[in-house]
Design a protein around this ligand. Sequence first.
Ligand code: PLP
Length: 370
Amino acid sequence: MIYLDYQATTPLASEVAKAMRPWIEEKFANPHSPSRWGREADAAIEVARKQVEQAIGLSGGSLAFTGSATEALNWAIKGTIEKSNRNRVVTVRTEHAAVLDTCEWLEGRGVEVVYLPVGPDGLLDLAEVEAVVDERTALLAVMLVNNEIGVIQPVGKISAIAHRAGALMLTDAVQALGRVPIPDGPDLVAVSAHKIHGPKGIGGLWMRQGAEPMPLIHGGGQERGLRSGTLSPALCVGFGAAAKLASERRDADSEHVERLWTAAWEALGSEWILNGSPDHRYRGNLNIRREGIDTARLISELRDIAFSLGSACASGSGRPSHVLRALGLSDREARSSIRIGFGRYTTEAELVDALKRIDAAATAQENLAA
Ligand code: PLP
C-alpha cells in the first residue's frame, strides 16, 4: 500500500515504538502512586511533558496531557466559557469538527457563537476578525494549519486582535506541531500525538499561566487538578519521543516535504487545480480537484493507495466538505476534490507512482464520459 493520508494519521516512528515498549511490557506502575516504580513512571511522564512543550516552543505556560486533541479542544472552549463572565466565542467556518460541534453544543446552551468566513484562498480577513472580536468575546478559536486544505492562518496577528479585546486565543495546532512554527500569541494550544508519528489516544492542551480553563473531567485531581484520570506512561512517553524527534528532524522533514511537493506537481497533469492558498500553506497537504471526476470511484479503483476524498467529511457521510464549501467551491467542485497527504516516510518514487496512477484513472474516466 502507498500511504498518502498523513493528515488523517501518521505512521508510528520506530524510535517512538522503542521508547514506549518498556512501559507497555514491564513497567506497569501507576504514575500517581508514591512507590519507587510509581515515581519512576511519573518522572518519565515529566520528561515527556517537557519534550512536547519544547516542540510547541512557547514560554510562560505548561502542557496538560489529554486523551486526544478533540478532548483538549472541548476542554479549552467549554472550560473558558465556564470561567469567563463573557458569553461569546468567535471561530472560523473552516475549523475541525472538534471545534465546530463544541461551539454548536454551546449555542444550544445560550452562548453566542460567530463563525467567520474565509476568502477563496481559505484565509481570514483580519479586518473582519477585528470587527467581531469585542468586549463580549471570551474566546477566539482559529486553527493554525488547516487539516483539509493545509492553509496557514496568521495566528500571531490574530492573537493580538483577541488580546486587544481582552479575549483569550485558542489555536488548534494539531496539523502544525513539528511542521510549522507555532507563533507566539495563543493562550491555549491543542495538540495530538498521532499526527506527529506518535501513538493514538493521547493529546494535550498547552495553557498560558492564568489562562487555564475550568476542568472538564473531575476525579482524582491529576494534572494539577485540571484534568483527572490516571495517565498512561506508555502514551505520554510515546508523545514525548515523537515530539523530540519532530524537533530534531524539523529542517530535514521540511526539506523532504518541499522536494515531494515539487515532484508531485511534476507528476500530475495540468488539469488539476489546487484548493486553498498556494503560498500560505503547509506543503505536505495537496488538496486538488479536477472538473467532473467521480472521486469515490477513483478511490475504489485504486485500493492500494490510501488517500482521502476532499469532498467527504470525516464521518464519511458523503456530504461535501464544509471547508471546501467555505472557499466558495460548488458542490460539484467539492465532490471532484481529493486530499493527498505525505511526509517523513513517503518516498518520492512511491508518491510519483501513486499520482501518475491517480491521474491516469481520472483521464480514463474522462475518456469514458466523452
Ligand atoms: N484538529 C485537527 C486539525 C485535526 O486534524 C484532528 C484530527 O483529525 C483533530 C483536531 C482531532 O485530533 P484527535 O484525533 O487527537 O482527537
